[in-house]
Design a protein around this ligand. Structure first.
Ligand code: CA
Length: 232
């Protein structure tokens, strides 16, 4: 089985910000759609389904408030994060009152927003219990909920990309997975013949989250000069 890619709808009329968000979320394994005004956003959200809605307040056609109000009135419960302006405390209150689940204040760090999106996805998937669950080296993984936990510790959130990597390595158990194979099969790069540190950097970050000792990993092993291998 593969990790289901969470879908995010970005309703934002500032193209640079919308594209920046899309790029950052896509890198982490989310599938994104952009709507540049409130009316288009409402239509897209109705069509759905999306796992998370990122909703700017000040939008052409319909405001973010009008969009969330219409969706909630129709019984659409898509987890929604409002993008509010700095100093507009009333906007935050109004957004939450209308049924938004969270908000971030502009200007925000994209990294912070990406982690909030992950939190909404995990919350929404919490009760589904249809994910891929397994234990390796004392670490309990739940790829449906995108998290892992060692007994007695706090759960560690995983990005969709990290979930895909774990799932892929596991299905290739007993084989070496090369960097090129990762780029083609997990990142879906059209050609693997690119000079990139993406795989190594992402795996290093993932090991810090999941390994007891990232310098001597037990879950994702390094095969020198070749690639990586599932250690479970
Ligand atoms: Ca705006």
């Amino acid at each position: 089985m593969t990790v289901e890619k969470p879908r995010v709808l970005i309703v934002e009329d500032e193209p640079t910000l919308a594209e920046g968000l899309k790029e950052a979320l896509a890198f982490q394994g989310y599938e994104c759609e952009i709507a540049e005004d409130g009316a288009t956003g409402l239509e897209a959200a109705r069509r759905g389904p999306f796992d998370v809605l990122l909703l700017d307040v000040m939008l052409p056609e319909l405001s973010g408030f009008e969009v969330i109000e219409a969706l909630r009135a129709e019984g659409n419960k898509t987890p929604t994060i409002m993008l509010t302006a700095k100093g507009a405390e009333d906007d935050r209150v109004q957004g939450l009152d209308l049924g938004a689940d969270d908000y971030v204040t502009k200007p925000f760090a994209i990294r912070e927003l990406v982690s909030r999106v992950g939190a909404q996805v995990r919350r929404a998937r919490m009760d589904r219990g249809d994910g891929e669950e397994f234990e390796v080296d004392g670490m309990q993984f739940d790829l449906g909920r995108l998290e892992c936990v060692r007994s007695g510790d706090e759960p560690v959130p995983l990005t969709p990309r990290e979930g895909e990597i774990l799932s892929y390595l596991r299905t290739r158990k007993g084989n070496v997975v090369t960097r090129d194979e990762f780029l083609l099969e997990v990142w879906k790069y059209p050609t693997a013949n690119v000079e990139t540190r993406t795989v190594d950097n992402t795996l290093a970050a993932l090991r810090k989250k999941i390994e007891r000792n990232p310098a001597d990993p037990a879950i994702i092993k390094t095969v020198r000069g070749k690639g990586y291998r599932w250690g479970g």
